[in-house]
Ligand binder design. Sequence first.
Ligand SMILES: [Fe+2]
Ligand SMILES: [Fe+2]
Length: 318
Amino acid sequence: MGTHVSNILCVDDEINVLNSLERLLATESVKIIKCANPFDAITVLEKTPISVIISDNYMPFMKGLELLQKARELQPDTFRILITAYADFDTAIDAINKGEVYRFVAKPWNNDDLVNMVHEAVQRYDLAQAMKHADEAALLSLAQAIELKDKYTKGHCDRVAEYALKIADAMELSDEWKKNIRHGSWLHDCGKIGVPESILNFNGPLSEDNKRVVEKHPRWGAELAQLAQLPRPIANIITYHHEKYDGTGYPNRLKNEAIPLEARIVAIADAYDAMTTDRPYRKKISKKEALNMLHEEKGKAFDPDIIDTFLEIMHKEK
Ligand SMILES: [Fe+2]
Ligand SMILES: [Fe+2]
């Protein structure tokens, strides 16, 4: 974001491969560091923060997998990608299952897939770092970058925070609670980093398959939250903002008070904003209609007490 530059470390003994990775992956905000042998790569890892490391598996002196294990010790948060031949599939899958490697790339690779995978990893890394350092400016700008992917939700995370904080105010929650609710609202959809843009911006009702992909975003977000060691309430908002009070939501079908309070609050703010803005598959409805719909879902999708609080706030404002 802005002047921030992310580093990608590419390691391969073939200079042609390094050059083509650089051509594919370098952007204004992504710098490629090329190393033709694993020892140079280790030196780089010792002093430079690396968002993503991409290493070939077959190199003289050291296997890529071994290098990635070293990378994990030196910079545990770096996303590790292994380039491998078809013959090594089992090794690569094993490495992913053990958490040693984030993804693998089979040679010959598809350029678009590779670029998407790597840039997504960079975005995840940056987000995790910003969360870890609780850097408000960085958090908001990343949340906005996620929104840009989904052009219909521009401003969504800001407005969700605004509505959720109104509820928190009315409930007289502490400043600490409010801070977590603000950050959680900004980040509630951060798992959408993993949802392809073609699905997010699809013009019409989604197929069942695509719906299932979209519905994974709370789980993907939860993984990110864990990676960033986020405070519990923020992680709860990301993970549970699509749970429903009557137990029919996702991902865990939690019911009533089993859904953390912060997630019950943000769920209402999120739904209200979704109804009152245009989405690819439907037009917005009026504020009055939206409030009526929330009222109808009282005790079904939403916590009845928090619905009452929100309706009271919105009626007072009119
Ligand atoms: Fe969501
Ligand atoms: Fe949302």
